[in-house]
Ligand binder design. Structure first.
Ligand code: COA
Length: 189
């Protein structure tokens, strides 16, 4: 049900069982995980559990999921459009949560934004979504800048209870979002 996608530089392949080693490379890097989960590298069992969750991210909305990104045959990172999970995120129908995670050697080359733009296009044009949102720690400057650069707007700051609080979590989380109408307007500019 999940489509293969591509942007100018990136081939985006739906996540399968075979991609676990790429997730291990990403999630065992403390730089990547600085603002995620407990803010430290994940262990292999933790990554295996996250992998299983990611494989079901499309449920219950066919077409959503995780995409593994390659430049030629080199793994770059992943992007996702996932089903909303918490009541405060709003309805499941017509919505998806955007996310991304890249290997540090590919940061600041426009790739995070490039893959995210393709997922917005896919979500609005191919899947007919009405709204796509993204969340990150308020102090995650790179993620917020990526959201803003693809046309998303700041919606709110909110506070979640975490098992492990990491530096900066006292500033809370932020939500950014873009509607289908806003995206179409953004495209025309
Ligand atoms: C967030 C992340 C995907 C950004 O990827 P990237 O490929 O470096 O982003 P891009 O190069 O496409 O940059 C997108 C925009 O953000 C800006 N940006 C990126 N990193 C930045 C930083 N550290 N500080 C300020 N601005 C930054 C870029 O200048 C660009 O803005 P512009 O289009 O207005 O010039 C990457 O930093 C990452 O994987 N981080 C670790 C995982 C993570 O935190 N994911 C998000 C969790 S919610």
């Amino acid at each position: 049900m999940q489509a293969a996608l591509s942007s100018a530089r990136i081939t985006l392949v739906p996540l399968t069982e075979e991609h676990l080693d790429y997730e291990i490379e990403l999630d065992s890097d403390p730089e990547v995980m600085r603002y995620l989960g407990a803010g430290v590298a994940r262990s292999r069992p933790e990554i295996e559990e996250a992998h299983r969750r990611r494989l079901t991210a499309a449920t219950p909305t066919p077409g959503l999921g995780y995409w593994i990104g390659f430049i030629e045959d080199q793994f770059v990172g992943w992007w996702t459009l996932s089903t909303p999970e918490r009541p405060d995120q709003g309805p499941v129908e017509g919505q998806a949560e955007l996310g991304y995670r890249l290997l540090p050697r590919y940061w600041r080359r426009g790739l995070g934004g490039e893959g995210a733009r393709e997922l917005l296009r896919h979500g609005f044009v191919d899947l007919g979504l009405g709204r796509i949102f993204a969340e990150t720690m308020a102090v995650n400057t790179a993620s917020r800048a990526t959201m803003a650069s693809i046309g998303m707007h700041y919606v709110r700051t909110f506070y979640l209870q975490w098992e492990h609080s990491i530096p900066g979590s006292e500033h809370g989380e932020v939500e950014y979002a873009i509607t289908s109408d806003n995206w179409r307007t953004h495209q025309r500019r």
